[in-house]
Design a protein around this ligand. Structure first.
Ligand code: ADP
Ligand code: ADP
Length: 222
């Protein structure tokens, strides 16, 4: 589903050169739930941004669904992101002056041929999957952190992505809410077969996934 071959990422400024990732080789299979762990600064976000086609590697190959992505123009990348990928962030990234259901509809605005009523229907279905059907007209600042993250998950799944990339999705939540979010992701993985890659600092969360990939200083260590 996701294949990285000899991926490297170097950040260059006029004075400093940082090797954020060196020769990373990873294969993530369809339907896997994988976590990525490692100390701060080891390259986890860089890796997730590259897998999510948000950032380009300095060298190496990325394949998604057996399609070589390297060299894609921005427009094709954006299309690929919108069709195949869903994103979840530590700090939710909801739009505060849109209601819950309007936030969830956002990814569908970029899809051709989806009518307003169809968007609404799919958004309400996604909210039902995360157990938030009683909060559809609320605004993000009227919700708890765990509820906000559930809205963000609904937004990530509304377009039926094959892959979900989650950057510390439970990082801002207490352990009870963190468990709740983790259970929703486990359920999604099991019932819909969605491939999930999750960056986390939390060993307990990582242990619930099928495989842990560990990084240190830009290199994979297991
Ligand atoms: P993690 O997510 O594991 O904390 P990151 O992927 O954010 O690590 O960063 C990996 C390394 O790359 C760090 O040393 C960081 O300082 C560096 N880095 C990240 N983004 C940039 C950037 N935009 N410019 C320069 N260096 C960066
Ligand atoms: P934080 O640790 O500050 O909460 P997030 O988990 O929110 O960070 O974001 C993780 C990474 O994703 C960051 O590198 C950020 O720049 C990037 N990012 C966040 N929101 C978006 C977005 N809507 N589109 C593209 N990239 C984003």
């Amino acid at each position: 589903m996701i294949k990285l071959t000899d991926v490297e990422k170097v950040y260059r400024t006029s004075t400093i050169e940082t090797m954020a990732l060196s020769k990373v080789n990873i294969v993530i299979n369809k339907g896997e739930f994988v976590s990525i762990m490692g100390p701060s600064g080891c390259g986890k976000s860089t890796l997730l941004n590259i897998m999510g086609l948000l950032d380009e590697p300095s060298s190496g190959k990325i394949e998604i669904d057996n399609t070589l992505i390297s060299g894609y123009a921005d427009k094709r990348l954006a299309h690929m992101r919108n069709q195949k990928l869903g994103f979840i962030f530590q700090s939710y990234h909801l739009i505060n002056d849109l209601s819950v259901v309007d936030n969830v509809e956002i990814p569908l605005l970029y899809r051709k041929g989806v009518s307003g009523s169809e968007r609404r229907k799919k958004a309400l279905e996604a909210l039902e999957k995360v157990g938030l059907n009683s909060r559809t007209k609320h605004y993000p600042n009227q919700l708890s952190g765990g509820q906000r993250q559930r809205v963000a998950i609904a937004r990530a799944i509304v377009g039926n992505p094959e892959i979900i990339l989650a950057d510390e999705p439970t990082g801002n939540l207490d352990s009870v809410m963190g468990e709740e979010i983790m259970n929703i992701m486990l359920q999604l993985n099991k019932t819909e077969g969605t491939t999930i890659v999750m960056v986390t600092h939390d060993e307990n969360m990582a242990n619930k996934t099928e495989r842990v990939i560990r990084f240190f200083d830009g290199r994979q260590v297991n």
